[in-house]
Design a protein around this ligand. Structure first.
Ligand code: UFG
Length: 327
């Protein structure tokens, strides 16, 4: 059995990764504390409840399942919250990841796929953000992820921990089969909030800042479909199994869309009006984050086939209307 330990496997991206891993012939073991994840989302392999801060529990799970690799998604990931409660992010993300990395090395599980973020680059307007770009995060979330990247490099040097780091741009969409999808409580992300506004679950979407230095004044992001994103992780695992070098890959499409453009696409896809109100900037938000790299396509053979804005919103809208987890 080729077992992979998936931290955060009950969350949005982790649950899609478990589906992709199972489809590729792996057994995904979800390790999740269910603080932000959903037990209902664990559908593709065993579930082990636990917290990254509990080293003994991690050791136990490594001993039971003997995974050949770790995919590490578990993290707090709200940019705004990271600005008001930075300690949470250093504790949970950095200390928790250090525990996990140490437990993996102790268990001789030496293949590690890490979920990092374009937020590690910070705000670098008109700069092509490829994997060699300088990392100057402007929020504690990005800083915590950059610190974990550093830990992985050090453990790679010291113990030969073999790792791939993926820096995500903005993840959207849902499983087209409707088995899993995006569901955060509370929700902070643009696409699900906008869909809530469209079907009346909230009064309106607040646009966080209309005075940015962009063509329409709203922030620009590079959106990538969650199914394409997790496909890259399976390729990353294969990369490690093939004994290739430790590597960083951006996961984005290279196309940026403003908040207003996302709203326009959503109106077209759903054929319904999108109630919006202009609001203040959100602390920690970068003006523009667009991936300038095709390394994952060239080297991993990644094919991001569902990552058009229309497809992402179509899949998210289907999930929004039909999918759910018990709360
Ligand atoms: N936005 C709004 N109104 C909202 C929510 C979001 O205008 O109610 C805007 C934001 O200001 C931003 C864009 O929509 O410009 C996207 O915001 P999200 O909250 O959906 O995503 P973020 O860009 O803040 O964060 C996401 C991931 C992070 C990752 C980051 C990198 O959640 O994990 O992308 O930009 F690090």
């Amino acid at each position: 059995m080729r077992t992979v330990l998936v931290t955060g496997g009950a969350g949005y991206i982790g649950s899609h990764a478990c589906k992709a891993l199972a489809a590729a012939g792996f057994v995904p073991v979800t390790f999740d504390n269910l603080v932000t994840g959903w037990q209902d989302a664990v559908k593709f392999g065993p579930f082990e409840q636990g917290d990254l801060m509990n080293r003994a529990r991690l050791d136990e799970v490594f001993a039971i399942h003997k995974p050949i690799a770790v995919m590490h998604f578990a993290a707090l990931s709200q940019v705004g919250e990271s600005m008001s409660k930075p300690g949470l992010y250093w504790q949970n993300n950095v200390m928790g990841s250090l525990n996990l990395i140490e437990a993996a090395v102790a268990a001789n599980c030496m293949n590690f796929v890490f979920s990092s973020t374009c937020a590690t680059y910070g705000d670098q307007d008109n700069v092509v953000l490829d994997e060699n770009s300088a990392q100057h995060p402007i929020n504690a979330y990005g800083a915590s992820k950059r610190a974990i990247e550093d830990i992985l490099r050090d453990f790679g040097e010291a113990y030969g921990l073999h790792h791939v780091i993926f820096r995500y741009f903005n993840v959207a969409g849902a499983d087209p089969d409707g088995e899993v999808g995006e569901f955060h409580q509370p929700e902070t992300h643009l696409v699900p909030l906008m869909l809530d506004a469209i079907d009346g679950k909230r009064d309106a979407l607040t646009i966080f800042g209309t005075d940015y230095d962009t063509p329409d004044g709203t922030c620009i992001r590079d959106y990538v479909h969650v199914c394409d994103l997790v496909d890259a992780h399976v390729l990353g695992l294969k990369w490690l199994q093939d004994g290739k070098e430790n590597r960083v890959f951006n996961l984005g499409t290279g196309s940026g869309f403003s908040v207003r453009e996302v709203i326009d696409h959503s109106r077209d896809v759903t054929n319904r009006p999108v109630p919006v109100v202009p609001g203040d900037r959100r602390p920690g938000d970068c003006t523009k984050l667009v991936s300038g790299s095709s390394r994952a396509i060239a080297e991993l053979g990644w094919k991001p086939e569902r990552s058009t804005l229309r497809q992402m919103i179509t899949d998210a809208w289907r999930w929004h209307q039909t999918g759910h987890y018990n709360q």
